[in-house]
Design a protein around this ligand. Structure first.
Ligand code: HAM
Length: 412
């Protein structure tokens, strides 16, 4: 290491100011949308006991089998950097007796997650998720509300998407179907990829996700879980769909939709963007009616989603986030006596909503004009014996008669 070039670890990245601005704006707009729908902010730790994810996310998932950053702390405990949020939120719900609060408990959060995946565009080892969970009610309106909220987050970010929707029924239906699917797969053993074959016992559903040619051919005639839903689950799904239809939220039924986590029951959904290449999943989620109980709490239904912040920003290139920056002004101070006028002007510009800065490094007027270019100022205000406002886009420069006029020339 000594003398070697230091770089951010593989699969991680630095957030520099332009990106930070877009991320901040995405967060602010999402927060407003979610809080209007009654979701409140909550945060859980970035590392948890490894057992939480093994139990919560599922032993047979890719995440638990090969993607977790797990380490032992100095007390010999096995800890894991969180690969997702739902297990942690359910743990917190149980730990704080939130089932005693008025239900549903609706929470949102934003933060870093960690998966040891092969890095590529849109796939990182540290990434950021916007997460929303609603616990304590199985009302289909919650499923529909959450799907619509994610559609709105994506729409207001300028992300083109299609919504895939399905239902996985209850744990019993899933178990029975799993047996039939295993038998179906075993009968076509020779067609399957090694990976799918080795997971017939633990996770047969994964076969639907494979891009291996033989496996795909074998799956063409496979039975679908959605055709076997019990009446209650089928009714629940119809109600979710009716609510989406009424709201004009378009979706495609995809009976092969498999999510990479084990806890799902009933509704599952995923938003894909055609602008993302191979990592097309921009956000997804579903119901997890058995998870709280599995983690030691009372039987509690739940539903939620997570969206990848980096993927939203990648898919929203056309959005022109920086155009949403407030107007930027740079106040030039030609001589020291003008400093207090310049200072007052900067305060007035900021009060009026502009992003304003003034000379603070003892530069010459020429150096100050260069600095204004560097910070991409839209306007320069020269605060000398007279007040001059220069529009940096057109090059027009004109004298104004008061501080107020200078402010309105910039923010007008
Ligand atoms: P997930 O589908 O595993 O679901 O992840 C949600 C989103 O996180 C994905 O759609 C993607 O945008 C982003 N994401 C996942 N892995 C990466 C990665 N390596 N690099 C960049 N972005 C990534 C969950 O995590 C569930 N907890 C969602 C949920 C909440 N279900 C119910 N409640």
């Amino acid at each position: 290491m000594a003398g070697g070039k230091l770089q951010a670890p593989r699969g991680t990245f630095d957030v520099l100011p332009e990106d930070a601005f877009a991320r901040g704006l995405l967060r602010k707009r999402s927060e407003e949308l979610l809080e209007h729908a009654g979701y409140q902010p909550a945060e859980t730790p970035i590392f948890e006991d490894t057992g939480l994810f093994a139990r919560g996310v599922g032993e047979s998932t890719d995440i638990v089998q090969k993607e977790m950053f797990t380490f032992e702390d100095m007390g010999g405990r096995s800890l894991t950097l969180r690969p997702e949020n739902t297990a942690g939120i359910c743990r917190a719900y149980v730990e704080h007796g939130m089932h005693k609060l008025p239900q549903p408990v609706k929470l949102w959060s934003w933060g870093p997650f960690f998966r040891h995946e092969a890095p590529q565009a849109g796939r990182y080892r540290q990434f950021t998720q916007l997460n929303v969970e609603a616990l304590g009610s199985d009302d289909p309106s919650l499923d529909a509300e959450l799907i619509i909220l994610l559609a709105q987050v994506l729409e207001q970010s300028g992300v083109r998407t299609r919504l895939l929707l399905s239902s996985l029924g209850n744990a019993g239906t899933r178990a029975e179907y799993g047996e039939d699917l295993r038998a179906y797969l075993r009968a076509r053993d020779a067609w399957l990829s090694d990976e799918v074959r080795s997971r017939i016992d633990t996770n047969p559903l994964r076969a639907f996700d494979s891009d291996h040619e033989g496996t795909r051919a074998a799956m063409a005639e496979a039975p679908h879980l959605i055709d076997r839903l019990e009446p209650e689950d089928s009714m629940h799904f119809s109600e979710v769909r009716a609510l989406l239809d009424e709201a004009g939220c378009a979706y495609e039924l995809d009976p092969t939709l498999v999510r990479g986590l084990d806890y799902y029951t009933r509704t599952v959904f995923e938003f894909e963007s055609p602008d993302l290449g191979a990592q097309s999943g921009v956000g997804g989620g579903g119901r997890y009616d058995g998870l709280v109980e599995k983690l030691g709490g009372p039987p509690t239904p739940g539903v939620g989603w997570a969206a990848g912040v980096e993927r939203i920003l990648l898919a929203s290139q056309g959005m022109g986030w920086t155009a949403l920056l407030p107007v930027r002004a740079y106040v030039v101070v030609p001589k020291a006596e003008c400093r207090s006028l310049a200072f007052r002007l900067v305060q007035a510009l900021r009060d009026a909503g502009a992003l304003a800065e003034m000379e603070q490094a003892g530069r010459s007027v020429k150096g100050q004009m260069k600095q204004a270019d560097r910070i991409k100022a839209d306007y320069v205000v020269i605060a000398g014996d007279s007040l001059e406002v220069k529009d940096m886009a057109t090059g027009d420069q004109r004298e104004v008669s008061s501080l107020e006029d200078a402010v309105s020339a910039v923010t007008g």
